[in-house]
Design a protein around this ligand. Structure first.
Ligand code: ATP
Ligand code: MG
Length: 269
C-alpha cells in the first residue's frame, strides 16, 4: 500500500533575519493528525520556525511542502488556498479588544467567505461552544479570564475549519489547571476534527500530555538536534541537551522507565 503523503515536510530549511542565521538544515515531517511540538530553549527560533511554516517569512533556503506542494514555489493564488487551510494562534493571543468574542471569531469568516450574516452567527456560536465558551458571544476580551481568551483565540483560529492548527505557546501565562484544560481541548479537537496540530511549547507537562511527534531546536549549534515522539526521545536519546530539556536538567535516572508503547506504534523514530 502507498504511504500517505505527509501533511507537512520541511526540507533543508535555513531561516534568517537579514544576514543573521537563526536555524539551518532543518529536516522533519509532520504527518496528518500529528500533534507536533516545536521544542527548544528561549530564543532558539521556535516562533521564527512557525512564521516560516505559515508563509509569513520566506526561508533563506529549503522548502516547506504542504500535501506535497512546495509553498514558496507555488503560484500566489495556490499559496492563498494553502493558507486558507491553516489556523494560527499567535504567542501574544491577539484578540481585538474593541470587538466582542463573536465579532473576533467572525472576522476570518467575513474576510474569506461569502456566507450570510445569519450563517456566520451560527458558525461563530458553534466554534465558541466547541471551546467551552457558549453564551459568551457578547463579552469583550477584557471581561474574560486569560484561559478563556486563549480558548477564544482558538475558536477564531478554527473559524475556517483549518486542516492544520499552529499554536505559539498556547499555555503561556495560564495557571496549571487552565493549561491542562487547554491541552485536553487540543486533544479533543484532534480526535473530533482530525486536525493536524503544530504547537510551540516548552511546558514539559504539555509536551508529554499531547505530543506524538516533535522537533528539538538548539540555539548554540543553530540546527535541530532530533525529531520524533518526545517520550521516545526521552527514553532513547543520547543527546545531553535533549535529556536536560526533557527532564528540566535532572537527567535520566538509571531506573527511569518510560512507557514507549505508543511511540513504537508510530513511525517517527
Ligand atoms: N523580526 C525579527 N528581526 C530580527 N531578529 C529577530 C526577529 N524576531 C526574532 N528575532 C531573533 O531571532 C531569534 C529567535 O527568535 P524567536 O522569537 O524565533 O525565538 P523563540 O524560540 O520563539 O523564543 P521564545 O521561547 O522566547 O519565544 C532571537 O535571537 C531573536 O532575537
Ligand atoms: Mg517564541
Amino acid at each position: 500500500m502507498d504511504r500517505p503523503i505527509p501533511h507537512i515536510v520541511v526540507e533543508d530549511l535555513t531561516m534568517a533575519y537579514g544576514s543573521v542565521v537563526i536555524q539551518q538544515d532543518l529536516n522533519f515531517t509532520v504527518n496528518r493528525g500529528d500533534i507536533f511540538v516545536i521544542m527548544g530553549g528561549s530564543g532558539c527560533g521556535k516562533s521564527t520556525l512557525l512564521r516560516n511554516l505559515v508563509g509569513l517569512v520566506q526561508p533563506v533556503k529549503g522548502r516547506v511542502l504542504y500535501n506535497g506542494t512546495s509553498f514558496w514555489d507555488a503560484e500566489e493564488h495556490e499559496r492563498e488556498n494553502l493558507l486558507k487551510k491553516v489556523g494560527i494562534l499567535y504567542q501574544s493571543g491577539a484578540l481585538w479588544s474593541s470587538l466582542t468574542l463573536a465579532e473576533n471569531v467572525a472576522l476570518p469568516l467575513k474576510e474569506y467567505t461569502a456566507l450570510s450574516d445569519r450563517t456566520i452567527r451560527e458558525l461563530v456560536s458553534l466554534k465558541l461552544s466547541l471551546v467551552g465558551l457558549a453564551g459568551f458571544e457578547d463579552y469583550y476580551p477584557s471581561e474574560i479570564s486569560g484561559g478563556m481568551k486563549k480558548r477564544a483565540g482558538l475558536a477564531r483560529a478554527m473559524a475556517l475549519d483549518p486542516e492544520i492548527l499552529f499554536f505559539d505557546e498556547p499555555s503561556a501565562g495560564l495557571d496549571p489547571v487552565s493549561a491542562y484544560l487547554l491541552d485536553e481541548l487540543i486533544l479533543q479537537l484532534r480526535e473530533s476534527l482530525k486536525t493536524t496540530v503544530v504547537v510551540v511549547t516548552h511546558e514539559l507537562a504539555s509536551i508529554f500530555a499531547i505530543a506524538n511527534n516533535s522537533v528539538f531546536l538548539d540555539a548554540e549549534t543553530k540546527t535541530m538536534v532530533a525529531t520524533g515522539d518526545p517520550r521516545y526521545l526521552l527514553a532513547h536519546s543520547d543527546d545531553p541537551k535533549i535529556i536536560d530539556f526533557l527532564t528540566r536538567g535532572e537527567g535520566r535516572p538509571q531506573s527511569h522507565r518510560v512507557n514507549t508503547d505508543r511511540c513504537s506504534a508510530g513511525d517517527h523514530q
